[in-house]
Design a protein. Structure first.
Length: 277
């Protein structure tokens, strides 16, 4: 695995992992709210065929964490981060995969830099709106936006709430080492950053409406964090999309059923890259 440092929007240094053939079509994995690039560990086998790249979003993991809300609410900054990874690493025929909040980051990239440099997108349990654009039907009782203990500086309460949030992300419990890793990854993100991630406003559907490249929407039918109708709405908003709704699956299909996820993603990426060539 190659470790890269990329300069994103506003000069923020982004931690990026990079594996697989450098001249192969790229899969750029974008994690969700309060997570970490390590969440994509089960997708490493895809590096036999693709260039597999994953970043820690600004404020997460080993990337810089500005202590200013504006660093997380500006759509252009999110778009510039992804643009920097694609251009600085020279990624080719890139497919963007965004988990949960990662779908907002993808929409920010397209809104800021267009679609010409990418081959397709894959929202996974993806949000379709945040801030003032988010409608009541999009939010469930398990949504992290509604749990004040996920933003407290009281570490005992924060730990308990974070452990529950990760548990709520899956339909069935994850293997203990994976669950522990995801809880630990969440705890690396400060309450300030967690709050700031919901400070901006974007309606991804307005961006999706003009996106003509292929899209695959993957969503768990038992998702308690981003409810299934959101996935259906995402697919409806994307003109050239397919919806893959998985039974007995929660908010993290790539971790719950990695073999199926890798197979579906590889097939989609191969077709999208062929169309883009």
């Amino acid at each position: 695995m190659r470790i890269q440092k990329v300069t994103g929007g506003g000069g923020v240094k982004l931690h990026v992992t990079d594996q697989g053939p450098e001249d192969a079509p790229a899969l750029l994995f974008i994690h969700g709210w309060s997570q970490h690039s390590v969440c994509w560990a089960a997708q490493a086998p895809l590096a036999a065929r693709f260039r597999v790249v994953a970043l820690d979003l600004r404020g997460h993991g080993s990337s810089d964490a500005p202590q200013d809300e504006a660093a997380y609410s500006d759509t252009a900054l999110w778009g510039d981060d992804i643009h920097a990874v694609v251009t600085e690493l020279g990624l080719k025929q890139t497919v963007l995969i965004g988990w949960s909040y990662g779908a907002r980051v993808i929409a920010s990239y397209i809104a800021t830099h267009g679609q010409e440099a990418i081959a397709g997108i894959v929202p996974v349990g993806g949000v379709i709106a945040i801030g003032a654009a988010r409608e009541p039907w999009m939010t469930s009782e398990a949504s992290p936006a509604l749990n004040k203990d996920l933003y407290t500086s009281d570490q005992a309460r924060l730990l308990t709430a974070t452990a529950q949030f990760v548990d709520d992300c899956t339909y069935a419990p994850l293997p203990r080492p994976i669950y522990g890793t995801l809880v630990g990854a969440n705890m690396l993100v400060s309450p300030l950053v967690r709050r700031a991630l919901f400070a901006g406003t974007i309606d991804c559907r307005a961006v999706w409406a003009n996106f003509t490249k292929p899209a695959l929407v993957i969503h768990g039918a038992e998702d308690r964090i981003v409810v299934p109708p959101v996935g259906e709405a995402a697919a409806a908003a994307l003109p050239n999309s397919a919806l893959s709704m998985w039974p007995k699956t929660g908010h993290a299909p790539f971790a719950e059923h990695p073999e199926r996820f890798n197979t579906e993603l590889a097939a989609f990426a191969a077709k999208a890259c062929q169309e883009a060539a």
